[in-house]
Design a protein around this ligand. Structure first.
Ligand SMILES: Cc1cc2nc3c(=O)[nH]c(=O)nc-3n(C[C@H](O)[C@H](O)[C@H](O)COP(=O)(O)O)c2cc1C
Length: 362
């Protein structure tokens, strides 16, 4: 199997195995958190990807961080996202929406009433939040009461219906990178002693309940999940990843969801690598992400380590990454980190296409 072989994913047939990884770019309206014309253009430019997974999108007003991150809990936001999905579809592409809640990583200064953000337990993330006066430590969060967990599930439920109304082909639940769903999974952030903490099954309960809610809206063909078993930037991580993550993969496999998406960079030492076990335990379409090049992606597909490969930073700087990868010796624009979250068109919609680069070189 190669990068340019079509592949089945849920109800979609992707024309290639190249997935655009979710990438928050902070270009939404700072007040309404709606995507505007610039984001429509950004996603349209990248529609040749086999599948686009949208930037992480907040499910509620209780999940807020830097200005410009997107949300999908109001009718106006749904309307704005519909322009994005229409543009991608009109350009021949496919797009899932990544949904998330920040949990303990929300910024209390931006939350209604300036309260501490909700999380499974009162344990602060390691590290800092960006603020107008410079970085500040993550807050100690407020542990969720049981009834509040049900309310949070309802918030996800509304966002799922909204994502469907906005025309997304499916949703990806963001259970990675230290945000709320992962905070439930990991025992360094979840020390609850009720139905949502303690055993692996209890820690996975919140995620699986959200998956079941997503199945009701999209059916199994329109639901994906992202996991990051090696993420340890904001704390030591789960004490038992080799048991926790295969359990989750197996549970997701039983539900027959469209795909499992795992971040496992090549640089992870071999004895800690777990993706192969997760792929086997899941048994369905498997997307692998993390530091891939065209050639390492081809190798991973050839060795059946993945069915699809997600590219993050290469898609920031190369709207036509698929066309570039078709070249015998792909030449990629380098990504400019200074413009990842800077706002505006520069570093967002103005990276040159291959054709423009060749004209300029000629
Ligand atoms: C600017 C930027 C924004 C990102 N935003 C998200 C996000 O919204 N959701 C997510 O799951 N991962 C996010 N990631 C992680 C990427 O999806 C991807 O896993 C990571 O960049 C590694 O892949 P790469 O080596 O191909 O870049 C982001 C990464 C970058 C560089």
């Amino acid at each position: 199997m190669g990068l340019f072989e079509p592949g089945r994913l849920g109800h979609l047939t992707l024309p290639n195995r190249i997935v655009m990884a979710p990438l928050g770019r902070a270009r939404n309206d700072p007040d309404t958190r709606k995507p505007g014309a610039l984001s429509v253009e950004y996603y349209r430019q990248r529609a040749s990807a086999g599948l686009i997974i949208s930037e992480a999108t907040h499910v509620s007003a209780g999940s807020v961080s830097r200005p410009g991150t997107g949300a999908i809990h109001t009718a106006a936001q749904v309307e704005a996202w519909r322009r994005v999905t229409n543009a991608v579809h009109d350009a021949g592409g496919r797009i899932f929406q990544q949904l998330f809640h920040l949990g303990r990583k929300a910024d209390p200064d931006r939350l209604p009433g300036r309260q501490p953000p909700p999380a499974p337990s009162a344990i602060a993330a390691r590290g800092t939040l960006p603020g107008p006066q410079g970085p500040k430590p993550f807050p100690v969060p407020r542990p969720l009461r049981l009834g509040e967990i049900a309310a949070l599930r309802d918030e996800f439920g509304l966002a799922l219906v909204n994502a469907s109304s906005a025309g997304f082909d499916g949703v990806e639940l963001h259970a990675a990178n230290g945000f709320l769903i992962e905070q439930f999974l990991r025992d360094d952030s979840n020390q609850r002693v009720d139905a949502y903490g303690g055993s692996i099954a209890a820690r996975a309960r919140f995620l699986l309940q959200l998956v079941d809610a997503a199945l009701e809206v999209f059916g199994p063909e329109g639901v994906g999940v992202r996991l990051s078993p090696h993420f340890d930037i904001d704390g030591p991580g789960a004490s038992d990843p080799a048991l926790l993550y295969p359990y989750i993969a197996e549970q997701l496999g039983q539900r027959g969801i469209a795909y499992l998406h795992v971040i496992e960079p090549d640089s992870i030492p071999h004895p800690r690598k777990i993706a192969a076990r997760l792929k086997e335990a899941f048994g369905g379409p498997f997307i692998l992400a993390g530091e891939f090049t065209r050639d390492s992606a081809e190798a991973a597909l050839a060795q059946s380590r993945a069915d699809f490969i997600a590219f993050g930073r290469p898609f920031i700087a190369n709207p036509d990454l698929v066309a570039r990868f078709r070249q015998p010796e792909p030449v990629l624009n380098p990504t400019d980190e200074a413009t990842w979250y800077s706002g505006g068109a520069h570093g967002y919609t103005d990276y040159p296409t291959l054709a423009q680069t060749l004209v300029n070189a000629g």
